[in-house]
Every structure is written in C-alpha cells, then in structure tokens.
Design a protein around this ligand. Structure first.
Ligand code: ZN
Ligand code: ZN
Length: 261
C-alpha cells in the first residue's frame, strides 16, 4: 500500500491511497480542476479512482467529492448524515460508512482487499471520522480535523506503519495572531483543531514499534510554523524511544511523495 498527500490545509485536503489495483482518495476538498492537476502530478489517471472516502462535510474536505465521482465513476463512502450534503449532489454512487466496522473496498478478483475503518473523532462537523486503512498486513492512519486529544480514539488507531496526523496550530501563535476572538476560540476549542501539543500527545498514544513514517498535516499557514510542528512531533517520538521514524510535512500547494506504507 502507498499513501500520497495531494493537498493539505484549510484551502483543501486530499490524500491518495493505492493498494494493488485499488485507488482511493481520502477527501476531495480542492476545486475539481486543481484536484485533477494534482492527480496528474501524481501520474494517476482520474479514471483509476474507484473510491472516495470522506472524513466530514466541511468544504476543505468534501468540496469536489460529487463532481469527481461523477467524472470518474468512483463510489463515495461517507457517514449516513453526510449523504445529503450539497457537495455530494452529483455523486452517482454512495456507500454508507459504519463507524467502527471495517469496510472492504473490492479490488480485482484474487487481490487482497483494502479495508477502510472509520473512527469517530471530536470536531464541529458531526459526524467527523478518522480512517484506519489496512492492506496486506500494513496499516496507515489519516487523522485530521480533531478538536482535542482522546485516548480512546488513539487506541482504535494504534500501531500503524504510517500516520498522517493534523498539526494545526501553535497555541501561542494562535493567541497572538490576527484571527478574531471568536474564531480563535473555535480553533482552540474542544471541537476545533489539534494544536501541536495535542497532536504530539495523540501521536505518543498511537505510535508503536511498527511506525516508520509520520506526516504532519493541515498546518495553519497563519498560526503555525513547520519547524514548531516538527519539533513537537520529534520530541514525542524521542520520548517513546522511536528514533528512526521519518517525519514529513504535507503541503497545501504541492503534491507530496508517494510513501510506501
Ligand atoms: Zn479541514
Ligand atoms: Zn473541518
């Protein structure tokens, strides 16, 4: 299985997962033409996208899900309450995600299936989920847009080989920054986004001996700095004695590397 961040941040999120012949896009939050450009950069024909899985209904995650599904014939997997979301209006085929139970995404006959498991997380779009992806004994996590660290969520996403996790803001930069007070309270609140400190705490709870790569995602361009996020992540890993783990940062403007899980 391979995972490739195509875009990450408040302007739009999308992560490509390839497992054998199965191609899955987790979130489709960029405008359609930009999303198609990112797929081209990743050298993937849009026709190959068989599945789109949505974490939640905010535009920076769901924006083009329906349009891309219409163009590619992909099936959109989402929680029931999201099925009436305007972003999905043109989707030809919707599949209901049941939180907690693994959903096999069928590949060609005889090929090992990619399993998608949704885990409910706290955020101000209800429901919001993180994904655990399992294929041929490898595990990857995609976890963004989470309001606070939660041990129970971490337990359900534990022991992956690769973790993509939101490091949204530095609390001090947010506090001193230009956002209006109400927005500051929303971002820092229990149903907002993970601070670097909270994300590092989640990472510490989730990381196990199999972990080889961590991708820091959904960094705020206004309220964070890549080096601050990286320091928090690396400290959490060092505290666990996990020194060989690679730490990468997913970007808003460029396609990331195609990472082997
Ligand atoms: Zn978001
Ligand atoms: Zn959101």
């Amino acid at each position: 299985m391979h995972l490739q961040p195509l875009s990450s941040g408040s302007q739009g999120n999308a992560t490509l997962v390839r497992a054998g012949e199965t191609h899955l896009l987790v979130d489709a939050g960029l405008p359609l033409d930009e999303l198609l450009e990112r797929l081209e950069s990743a050298r993937v024909s849009p026709r190959r996208i068989g599945h789109i899985a949505l974490t939640h209904g905010h535009l920076d995650h769901a924006r083009s899900a329906g349009l891309l599904a219409k163009k590619t014939g992909a099936r959109v997997h989402c929680c029931e309450r999201l099925m009436s979301n305007a972003s999905l209006r043109s989707a030809p085929s919707l599949a209901r995600l049941t939180v907690g139970s693994p959903q096999p995404l069928g590949g060609p006959r005889g090929e090992e299936e990619l399993n998608l498991r949704a885990v409910k997380i706290p955020h101000d779009a209800d429901p919001t989920v993180a994904f655990l992806l399992e294929h041929a004994g490898r595990r990857a996590v995609v976890l963004t847009d989470m309001g606070h660290a939660d041990r129970n969520v971490a337990r359900q996403l534990a022991d992956a080989h690769l973790i993509l996790i939101e490091f949204n803001h530095d609390l001090e930069l947010l506090e001193r920054g230009p956002y209006p007070p109400k927005l500051k309270r929303r971002v820092a609140g229990d149903q907002g986004h993970l601070s670097n400190v909270d994300a590092a705490r989640m990472l510490g709870w989730m990381a196990g001996p199999n972990l080889h790569t961590v991708v820091l995602a959904h960094l705020s361009e206004t309220n964070n700095r890549p080096e601050l996020a990286r320091t928090c992540a690396e400290t959490a890993l060092a505290d666990l004695g996990l020194r060989g783990v690679r730490v990468l940062i997913a970007h808003q403007e460029q396609v990331g590397p195609n990472l082997e899980v």
